[in-house]
Design a protein around this ligand. Structure first.
Ligand SMILES: Nc1nc2c(ncn2[C@@H]2O[C@H](COP(=O)(O)OP(=O)(O)OP(=O)(O)O)[C@@H](O)[C@H]2O)c(=O)[nH]1
Ligand SMILES: [Mg+2]
Length: 237
């Protein structure tokens, strides 16, 4: 069955990079796009809102949502989740740091039956361009700790870029309010035994706009991962 791909793009004051991402997605997987959710931080610039409206007027699949509880990437995801109607969900940032050429390979993997497709920077054929030293050390440290805690061979457990079967959305109780939602959407399906595949990918540092992430706040990830590993993660019905 051909996947119907629902795309979520979290946006905070992104302008030109957002257009690059949207144009790139239509170019590469246009036939698979079922719907696109722009979830936009209300503090975003006027130029960002103008770009969102312009792209939405060009593409009927795009819905622009203003984030109600902000900041917090987790709040953004949880606002979008109840509206998703596709078979698979692709999450991709608007800052053009994620490799668009990986996207058709992700959709092909979904078509082959994988429920969780993980673009992976830490495997042969992938990597990062422009990571600062602190981020690099922290990221490699987290990957090692989480692989041991979850006893998984998967190599990129914190990356937000991914594609998953939308059945996951209703199966799981979602906790993350900030950037930790990125690892939550990988660690929880792995814990539930979703059939996954890793695909090598490159990450490159943004050339426009500014990062909204605070490096020290990432230390909370370890406690969060332990909670996912040992607590009940399924939605109580
Ligand atoms: N709606 C919404 N979007 C956000 C929020 N925080 C960040 N974003 C967007 O989410 C994406 C990822 O945010 P970044 O700040 O680049 O975080 P990151 O990519 O994890 O960190 P860097 O590696 O430093 O770029 C970008 O498209 C941002 O514009 C938020 O609270 N709400
Ligand atoms: Mg980024």
């Amino acid at each position: 069955m051909q996947p119907k791909v629902s795309i979520m793009i979290p946006i905070w004051s992104e302008v030109d990079s957002l257009k690059v991402v949207v144009d790139g997605l239509y170019e590469r997987i246009g036939d698979y796009i079922h719907e696109i959710f722009f979830i936009v931080a209300p503090q975003s610039s006027a130029a960002c809102f103008n770009m969102c409206q312009r792209l939405a007027s060009e593409h009927p699949e795009i819905q622009v949502m203003i984030q109600k509880v902000c900041p917090g990437l987790g709040h953004a995801y949880k606002q979008v989740f109840p509206h998703v109607t596709g078979t698979h969900m692709l999450v991709i940032d608007a800052d053009d740091e994620m490799d668009l050429d990986t996207v058709p390979k992700m959709v092909a993997a979904a078509e082959q039956g994988y429920d969780l497709v993980l673009p992976t920077r830490w495997m042969p054929g992938g990597g990062v361009k422009g990571y600062d030293t602190m981020t690099y050390i922290l990221n490699r440290g987290f990957q090692t700790i989480f692989r041991l805690v979850f006893l998984t061979p998967a190599r990129d457990l914190t990356y937000g870029f991914k594609l998953f079967n939308t059945r996951l959305i209703n199966e799981v109780d979602w906790w993350g309010e900030w950037h930790e939602i990125a690892m939550e959407t990988t660690l929880k399906p792995l814990k539930l035994g979703y059939k996954y595949i890793e695909i090598p990918t490159w990450w490159k540092a943004r050339t426009q706009g500014v990062s909204k992430i605070n490096t020290l706040k990432r230390m909370r990830y370890v406690k969060f991962a332990l909670r996912i590993r040992f607590a009940n993660i399924k939605k109580r019905i």
